[in-house]
Design a protein around this ligand. Structure first.
Ligand code: NAD
Length: 248
């Protein structure tokens, strides 16, 4: 490992955005540690600087053990990118079950507590770090029927702001990205059950973006690169909208 190389941990690594983030970080010469329920989609990347762990990020002990192992291997952890998440299909509140509510809160919020708590002690030792959470523009520009998902993404943004002020004295920056509707397999899952997914993508999602196209995973990877880099060394507690103007 060289002095310029950063060590970046990415959750949701096998997802549409996670994979693009990893490809971009590897291109920049960094070491990437990838966590996902399935790392199958990463097999085609197969890079010396990519280490994959198939793990449920809600398993706190396992996540702590992986982070300890990464720190023992490399002596540092420079970045954490929380890119995991689950969607909600548009459902009226009366029909949302407690299990569904808990699933969204666990994966989209509790996981952030677990990964951040595991990594912050190492970043504090280094007096340096950048933590990025992928939330959603829906937190501030909601759609009907997505109340639990929206609440989870609002919590993710508030958690980020809370940590930004708490960790600033340790030179750890904490930021949120709000993507607009993005071209990954998750997008179709926001459609109501039984709806035509391709038609919903065009008639609802593309139409809602002033710049006229879906967000691409590479758009998010670019924003993550910026927030991880020294170019953003005075940026903390902020939310970067990468949404083609959807939030306007
Ligand atoms: N796609 C969109 O339109 C869109 C829009 C706004 C925000 N987002 C957010 O962006 C982030 C990335 O979404 P994406 O579009 O890449 O979705 P995706 O479904 O392609 O990827 C999500 C990944 O998270 C992983 N994951 C889920 N639960 C996990 C767990 N408990 N442990 C480990 N891994 C787990 C999944 O296996 C999957 O690989 C999510 O937070 C999502 O809510 C997506």
């Amino acid at each position: 490992m060289t002095v310029e190389q950063q060590v970046i941990v990415v959750t949701g690594a096998g997802g549409g955005m996670g994979k693009a983030i990893i490809e971009e970080q590897l291109k920049q010469g960094n070491i990437v540690v990838a966590l996902d329920l399935s790392v199958e989609p990463l097999k085609e990347i197969a890079h010396d600087s990519l280490q994959c762990f198939e793990v449920n990020v809600l398993h706190e002990e396992r996540v702590h053990a992986i982070c300890q192992q990464v720190f023992d291997n490399y002596g540092r952890i420079d970045g954490l990118v929380n890119a995991l998440g689950v969607a909600q299909s548009a459902t009226p509140i009366e029909q949302v079950t407690m299990d569904e509510w808990n699933r969204l809160m666990d994966v989209n919020v509790k996981s952030l507590f677990i990964t951040t708590k595991a990594i912050v002690p190492f970043m504090k030792q280094q007096q340096k770090g950048s933590i990025i959470t992928i939330a959603s523009i829906s937190a501030v520009r909601p759609r009907p029927g997505l109340q639990a998902y929206i609440a989870s993404k609002g919590a993710a943004e508030s958690f980020t702001r809370g940590l930004a002020i708490e960790l600033a004295s340790s030179q750890i920056r904490v930021n949120t990205i709000h993507p607009g509707p993005a071209d990954t397999q998750m997008l179709g899952q926001f459609a109501a059950l039984g709806a035509d997914i391709e038609q919903t993508k065009q008639s609802v999602f593309v139409q809602s973006v002033p710049l006229g196209r879906l967000v691409m995973p590479s758009d998010i990877a670019g924003a993550v690169s910026y927030l991880l880099s020294d170019a953003a060394s005075m940026v903390t507690g902020t939310t970067l909208h990468v949404d083609g103007g959807r939030g306007l």
